[in-house]
Design a protein around this ligand. Structure first.
Ligand SMILES: *Cc1c(COP(=O)(O)O)cnc(C)c1O
Length: 399
C-alpha cells in the first residue's frame, strides 16, 4: 500500500482499474493523464445520452438547487411525472422506484412471492419458485445471486436463497419441464448482458408468455441493461411483441444518475399493499429528474429512431470486419446499440489493446467484447470505433 496506489483505500472486490477518468463529453472521456478515449463502455450501458449532455446537466443542476430528497412519506413532483412517463411508454401499470438494478430485481422476486401466495389463497411458502435462465445475471444481492447460477457470482456466499430453477435460454421445453405446482414466475433477461449478449429469441419469449398464461405464472423480464431504447425499442421485449407482467429497469434510466425502477402490470400491482415494500432513497426528486430528462431528451432527439437508422450499418460493418479476422472474431451479435463481438480467446488482452488504441469497451462472459455506445453516437462515432477495432484486430498476432 502506498499513496500512489489508487486502490490503497478500496475494497479489493473489483479487478484493478487501468485508468482513472476525470471528465466526459458526449462519446468522449478523458483520464488523469489527459488522454482522450472513445467511450463504447458507456459506464456499462448507463450513459445513454453520452456524458454531460447539456440539457440533462441543466435539469439535474436546477433540481439540485430545488429539492433533492423527500422520502416516501411525501410525494414529489418529479417522481409522479416519471411514473406517468414510464407507464405511458410501457403500458397500463404501476411504478416502484429504487436505486439500482439489483434492488429492482429484488422487488420482482418479492412480487413473485406475493403472486404465489395469492395463487394459494393466501398461504405463503407453498408456491414460491422462480424459473430463470442458465447464464443469467440478475445482480449481487442475495435474491439476485440466487437467480444467477454462476460459480463466480455465488461462490463463497452459500447457502443461496431457496426456490430457483434454471432452464436453457431459447429452449422453451427446458423451461416448461421445470414448471410444477410450486412455481410462481418465470424471470429472464430479454438480452443477457453480462454473460455475453445472448438474445432471447422472439419465438422463445412468445413461448414463455404462452406458458405463463397457461400456468398462471408471472412473466418478469430483467431489462436493467437492455431497456431504455438501447436495442431500438423502449423495451427490448417489444421486439417480440410480448407484454410482460413486470419489468426491472436501471442502468440507462438515469443517464448516469443512479436510479432503479420496476413496472408492474395493473392486474398484479395490487399484490403490494402499504407497508409491504419500501426504499428510503427510491423515487427521490433528483434521480427522478435525471430520468425524466433522459426520457424527454430521447424523445426530442428521436434517439430510438436514430438507433434504428444507424444500427444496421454498424452491425454490417462489424460483421464485415469479423469476416476479415475469422481466427480472432467468431461472431457478432446483438440488437441496436447492444452488440457482442465474440472472440476465439480471452477478451482481456484485446480490451486492453483497444484501450491503448483509444477505445473503451466492456468484456463479458463467453469471451465477448460488449459495445454499448450512447444512443447519441453518430454514424461517424460508430465508424471511428470500427476503425479502431479494425486496427487492433488486424494487427492481432495470429496464434
Ligand atoms: C447490471 C445488471 C443488474 C444489476 O444492476 P446493479 O445496478 O449493478 O445492481 C441486474 N440485471 C442485469 C441484466 C444487469 O445488467
Amino acid at each position: 500500500m502506498s499513496a500512489s496506489d489508487p486502490d490503497a483505500y478500496l475494497l479489493g472486490n473489483y479487478a484493478k482499474a487501468a485508468l482513472t477518468l476525470v471528465r466526459g463529453q458526449g462519446l468522449r472521456v478523458w483520464d488523469t493523464g489527459g488522454r482522450e478515449y472513445l467511450d463504447f463502455a458507456g459506464g456499462i450501458a448507463v450513459t445513454g445520452l453520452g456524458h454531460c449532455h447539456p440539457k440533462w446537466v441543466a435539469r439535474v443542476q436546477a433540481q439540485t438547487a430545488t429539492l433533492t430528497h423527500s422520502s416516501n412519506l411525501y410525494h414529489n413532483t418529479p417522481k409522479l411525472q416519471l411514473a406517468q412517463a414510464l407507464v405511458e411508454r410501457i403500458g397500463p401499470g404501476r411504478m416502484f422506484f429504487c436505486n439500482s438494478g439489483a434492488e429492482a430485481n429484488e422487488t420482482l422476486l418479492k412480487l413473485a412471492r406475493l403472486h404465489g401466495r395469492a395463487r394459494e389463497n393466501g398461504v405463503e411458502g407453498r408456491r414460491y419458485k422462480v424459473i430463470c435462465a442458465k447464464n443469467a445475471f440478475h445482480g449481487r444481492t442475495f435474491g439476485g445471486m440466487a437467480a444467477t447460477p454462476q460459480e463466480k457470482i455465488q461462490g463463497g456466499f452459500r447457502p443461496m436463497l431457496d426456490g430457483f430453477a434454471f432452464g436453457e435460454l431459447n429452449n422453451l421445453a427446458s423451461f416448461e419441464a421445470l414448471i410444477d405446482d410450486q412455481t410462481a414466475a418465470i424471470f429472464v433477461e430479454t438480452i443477457q448482458g453480462e454473460s455475453g449478449i445472448n438474445v432471447a429469441s422472439p419465438e422463445f419469449l412468445r413461448g414463455l408468455r404462452a406458458l405463463c398464461d397457461r400456468h398462471q405464472l408471472l412473466l418478469m423480464v430483467d431489462e436493467v441493461q437492455c431497456g431504455i431504447g438501447r436495442t431500438g425499442k423502449f423495451l427490448a421485449c417489444a421486439h417480440s411483441g410480448i407484454q410482460p407482467d413486470a419489468v426491472g429497469l436501471a442502468k440507462g434510466l438515469g443517464g448516469g444518475f443512479p436510479i432503479g425502477a420496476v413496472w408492474i402490470a395493473e392486474k398484479f400491482a395490487s399484490l403490494f399493499h402499504p407497508g409491504s415494500h419500501g426504499n428510503t432513497f427510491g423515487g427521490n426528486p433528483l434521480a427522478c429528474t435525471a430520468a425524466l430528462a433522459v426520457l424527454e431528451i430521447m424523445d426530442e432527439e428521436k434517439l430510438i429512431a436514430h438507433v434504428n437508422t444507424v444500427g444496421p450499418a454498424f452491425h454490417q460493418k462489424l460483421r464485415a470486419l469479423a469476416a476479415e479476422v475469422p481466427r480472432l472474431v467468431t461472431e457478432v451479435r446483438g440488437q441496436g446499440f447492444m452488440v457482442g463481438v465474440q472472440l476465439a480467446s480471452d477478451p482481456g488482452p484485446v480490451v486492453a489493446a483497444l484501450r491503448e488504441a483509444g477505445l473503451l469497451v466492456v468484456a463479458a462472459g463467453g469471451n465477448v467484447i460488449r459495445l454499448l455506445p450512447a444512443l447519441t453516437a453518430t454514424a461517424a462515432d460508430l465508424d471511428a470505433a470500427v476503425a479502431i477495432l479494425r486496427c487492433v484486430f488486424t494487427a492481432w498476432p495470429k496464434s
